[in-house]
Ligand binder design. Structure first.
Ligand code: BJW
Length: 244
């Protein structure tokens, strides 16, 4: 039995897969169709910004047609129940967690519906297409706008808050991520060192499977609502206990 006071949830592309958004490393994943060094690195953007804009424009257009699924809704329900002692960290750049009602959320790899200017640093909401010729509304420079996305070699967002939450959590749940990208794949270790119970919910074993105390495999739309019901049904809230 453990007392659950602080929970950190990490999500990856698998949580949005059943909403129709592609994952990266599965069969038919984005990295089987695109060279990640060309579309997801600062060097790729510098070499061919037009190609990078095309890649993110297509994904941004697709996102506007997409709705959250039962897994996103279950996590929003869990947050409402746990209040301030709940942090959701997503590697996903979609806004499906927000659409489902999640609030205490960090987009560690950025957000598809935002862009920023490399000239003046201005960040703004953006749901349409972006082009090399688009002018920044803040500084009027052309050519400096880029997707508000963390590419390989760049520092993810919110790392101080994430590390602090992991270092004091007693429950860590990783959902729908292959565990192949640093630093998200090190979170389970930080949580374990803090004494947290660690759970993996995924379609198949991730690269870090052996690090987790408890693992369950299946589609997120089935596993996540079931697990959330189990947590809430066990009366898990501040100071309450979870069977393990
Ligand atoms: C289901 C399901 C269903 C399917 N139900 N489940 C060597 C050279 C250079 C760099 C490095 C290096 N070695 C390590 C690095 C660091 C690098 C890295 O990790 N590279 C590896 C590839 C080796 N990391 C970085 O560069 C990061 N920055 C960094 O390290 O800064 C330094 C630093 C940080 C912190 C402290 C100190 C210093 C930045 C990483 C940026 C990642 N960016 C991307 C693309 C941008 C976003 C976008 O365009 O969308 O983020 S890559 C891509 O991978 C995307 C994802 O967020 C990320 C993780 O992928 P995810 O979510 O796990 O998806 P998949 O497809 O891999 O897995 C899906 C899973 O779902 C699978 O397991 C399925 O089974 C499952 N699934 N259907 C449940 N229905």
């Amino acid at each position: 039995m453990i007392e659950v006071r602080r929970m950190v949830i990490l999500t990856g592309a698998g949580v949005s897969a059943e909403s129709g958004l592609g994952t990266f490393r599965d069969k038919d994943g984005l990295w089987t169709k695109y060279d990640l060094s060309e579309v997801a690195t600062p060097e790729g953007f510098a070499a061919n910004p037009h190609k990078v804009h095309e890649f993110y424009n297509a994904r941004r257009q697709n996102l506007q047609q997409t709705k959250p699924n039962a897994a996103h809704h279950a996590l929003s329900r869990l947050e409402r129940y746990c209040g301030a002692d709940f942090l959701l960290v997503t590697q996903n750049v979609d806004n499906l967690h927000e659409q489902a009602g999640s609030r205490n959320l960090i987009h560690m790899h950025g957000e598809l519906n935002k862009i920023r200017c490399q000239c003046c640093g201005h960040k703004m909401p953006w749901t349409g297409d972006l082009a090399v010729s688009t002018t920044c509304t803040a500084c009027a420079e052309t050519g400096g706008l880029r997707p508000h996305i963390v590419w390989f070699g760049e520092m993810p967002f919110g790392m101080d808050a994430i590390t602090q939450a992991l270092s004091s959590c007693d429950l860590f749940i990783s959902i729908g991520t292959s565990g192949s990208v640093y630093p998200a794949n090190s979170f389970v270790d930080t949580a374990r060192r803090a004494g947290a119970h660690t759970i993996e919910l995924n379609l198949e074993p991730s690269e870090g499977q052996s690090m987790f105390a408890e693992v369950h495999y299946g589609p997120a739309t089935k596993l996540v609502p079931e697990y959330v019901e189990r947590l809430l049904g066990s009366g898990t809230t501040l100071g309450n206990v979870l069977d393990r």
